[in-house]
Write a protein that binds this ligand. Structure first.
Ligand code: ATP
Ligand code: MG
Length: 369
């Protein structure tokens, strides 16, 4: 075993509901990594945030959490927040605040099929990475209602900038290369994609020629202006509507998909449905200097506190954090361990039709490691 003397400090923000079960689960898996594949020493910082915290202390994302993240952590894992059913004065979502404060401009979601998760029952090798721009588009929430002789109407502004399109484009192509590197570490049997990595640029520039036109041109420009990308990555474009059609008919055709905020939002949820339970799908909020892994599911109050939440989405989110912080082999080991547990099929939480507990899944994954 090697000890490089390096330390990886991970902030843990379980927040609400099953976040308090799945984040400790992910931590246990990180701690089970053998030192020959995880050369850095792991340190954890337990940090507060969430709706429950807000109800007690009047703030959902406390300043000391932000300070600890910025000054002490290399990355973080976020559980889930309960969303209040009605508007609560003074409350705003801590994960949205975190993305802003840490400039996490990309939301990254791998969508991976496994034998336990293929919705159609047919085994398909889906292995795509959806990269969603997360700072602009229609979600700048600049909308207004008016009224004229014809009645009420409303207008929403959509912002697409060269700066945001450029950095997300760059992230898409560099992640395509990183994925290619991960594939080289994997065995042939584990590889679901052969050949050069590919980036699909999603847009609707035949209709929105100014906004999506700028997006398309800018992302293409990133590719064309970079010799490393041109020589090692393929690029294609797809209109968002036909992209969705193709994603359901032929999801194995995609490798990396990059999309503006709203298309990316819709595509990501649709893609999650292709691979079954929400409890399996991880994500990462990524910026240039920081990464926050986050399971896609919410706080699931209906099953919270019962030790039956599926921890796999959170465990895979921890692996994404490792990938982003430069520990590819350790990340691969976690993906592999999870795949083996899913393929074996004896240990499954209720959302996958089994009767195992969260703890049993964690133990099974750790044992594989
Ligand atoms: P929130 O307000 O936090 O979004 P929610 O009720 O919408 O809470 P989600 O977490 O979005 O809950 O989950 C939707 C459904 O999927 C729930 O029935 C929940 O039990 C189930 N679910 C979500 N995550 C998991 C998981 N990790 N394991 C098992 N079931 C899950
Ligand atoms: Mg929800």
């Amino acid at each position: 075993a090697t000890t490089s003397g390096k330390t990886l400090t991970v902030g843990l923000i379980p927040a609400d509901g099953i976040g308090r079960e799945v984040i400790p689960a992910a931590r246990q898996v990180l701690e089970a990594l053998p030192s020959d594949i995880m050369p850095a020493r792991l340190r954890f910082e337990n940090l507060n945030a969430g709706f429950e915290y807000f109800q007690k202390h009047g703030v959902a994302l406390p300043e000391e959490t932000l300070v600890a993240l910025k000054s002490e952590c290399d990355g973080a894992l976020f559980g889930a927040v309960s969303s209040p059913s009605h508007k609560v004065a003074g409350y705003s979502s801590p994960i949205v605040g975190l993305r802003k404060q840490m400039d996490l401009y990309a939301n990254v979601r791998p969508v991976i099929s496994s034998e336990a998760s293929t919705a159609s029952g047919k085994k398909r090798a889906i292995d795509m990475l959806i990269i969603r721009e997360n700072t602009e588009c229609l979600y700048i929430k600049d909308e207004k209602q008016y009224e004229d002789a014809g009645g009420k109407y409303a207008i929403a502004k959509r912002r697409i900038s060269e700066h945001a399109s450029q950095r997300i484009g760059d992230m898409a192509f560099s992640m395509a290369l990183q994925r290619d590197g991960m594939r080289q570490l994997a065995t042939a049997a584990e590889r679901t994609w052969s050949g050069r990595p590919k980036v699909t640029i999603v847009h609707k520039s035949n209709v929105l020629s100014v906004t999506d036109g700028l997006w398309r041109e800018t992302v293409r420009g990133v590719y064309e202006g970079n010799e490393k990308y041109r020589s090692r990555v393929d690029v294609e474009e797809q209109l968002v509507d036909s992209m969705v059609y193709r994603m359901f008919r032929e999801p194995e055709a995609f490798d990396v998909v990059v999309a503006p905020n709203m298309y990316g939002d819709i595509i990501s949820d649709g893609a999650a449905a292709l691979v079954g339970s929400l409890g399996l799908v991880p994500s990462a909020n990524v910026g240039d200097n920081f990464v926050v892994g986050e399971p896609v599911h919410g706080s699931a109050p209906d099953i919270a506190g019962k030790n039956i939440a599926n921890p796999i989405a959170a465990i895979r989110s921890a692996a994404m954090l490792l990938e982003r912080t430069g520990y590819d082999a350790a990340a691969l080991a976690i993906y592999r361990a999870v795949d083996r547990v899913l393929a074996d099929g004896t240990i499954r939480t209720p959302d996958l039709g089994g009767s195992s507990t969260t703890t049993e899944v964690v133990d099974a994954v750790c044992k594989q490691l």
